[in-house]
Design a protein around this ligand. Structure first.
Ligand code: ADP
Ligand code: MG
Length: 247
């Protein structure tokens, strides 16, 4: 098993007052192909952890290694390359561009990256839209789609440059439980095809569909549970939820 991401001794202080230490010596290792979630009460530092290991924010101290490369304190230029090629993001507030079609939202970052021909990019976008069950929406406007559909668009956008890992901060937080369940099934399929996924959630139902659940409290990782890969057909979701409800 190969490590894809390793964080060592992460500290994050907001401002200059040490009292605002929000991450306290956090260590975390993610294996290639894992589907991991981070749970914990509001304010425990889940989003901060995610932002600091994914290059969305600058930690105060520590080391982050992604695919063997030290990405701890990169220049702005290297950081934007990293975000474009190595990492995909999905958020609760979906952050799509309202004046572009759904298809254009998906392909934009790949056109900017200029790694592949537009023909290849368009083909990949169509495959992703099929995989997430929104193929028929390609020419639609963002405003015509439901919350669940928009999150699927955001997933396609996150995957368009084939990043080895994607991060999500409460990606199902704004959805009803049916739509949230569907998004988790899509993410489980994407994980099955090899993409490593790390997401933050406070929802046991969401965490129960991931493979390993990490629990944070007051800026530290205090425990974790291994659930194994979620398989829809096995239908043991209640059992998995019960394991998590003991925290
Ligand atoms: P969670 O995602 O678990 O709810 P966060 O990582 O958002 O927690 O926040 C952890 C702590 O850091 C909270 O006490 C929050 O108030 C504080 N915090 C988060 N962002 C900032 C910021 N930009 N400036 C100052 N304090 C912040
Ligand atoms: Mg948060």
């Amino acid at each position: 098993m190969k490590t894809i991401l390793e964080a060592k001794g992460l500290n994050k202080v907001y401002g200059s007052d040490q009292k605002n230490t929000v991450l306290k010596n956090v260590n975390l290792e993610i294996v290639e192909g894992e589907f991991v979630s981070v749970m914990g009460p509001s304010g425990s530092g889940k989003s901060t952890l995610l932002y600091n290991i994914s290059g969305l924010d600058q930690m105060t101290a520590g080391t982050v290694i992604l695919e063997g490369q030290d990405v701890s304190f990169l220049s702005e230029k290297d950081l934007s390359r990293l975000r474009l090629h190595k990492i995909g993001f999905i958020f609760q507030q979906i952050h799509l561009l309202k004046n572009l079609s759904i298809f254009d939202n998906i392909i934009l970052s790949a056109y900017l990256a200029k790694e592949d021909s537009r023909k290849e990019i368009n083909k990949r976008a169509i495959e992703l839209m099929k995989q997430t069950d929104i193929a028929e929406l390609a020419d639609h406007d963002i405003t015509q789609a439901s919350g669940g559909q928009l999150q699927r668009v955001a997933i396609c956008r996150a995957l368009i440059n084939n990043p080895p890992i994607i991060f999500g901060d409460e990606p199902t937080g704004a959805l009803n439980s049916k739509a949230a369940g569907e998004i988790m099934d899509i993410l489980a399929n994407i994980n099955d095809s090899g993409t490593t996924i790390l997401l933050v959630t406070h929802d046991i139902k969401v965490a129960a569909k991931t493979e390993r659940v990490i629990y944070m409290l007051d800026g530290q990782i205090v425990s974790e549970k291994q659930l194994g890969k979620y398989k829809k057909e096995v239908n043991n979701i209640k059992e998995r939820e019960a394991k998590l409800s003991k925290w």
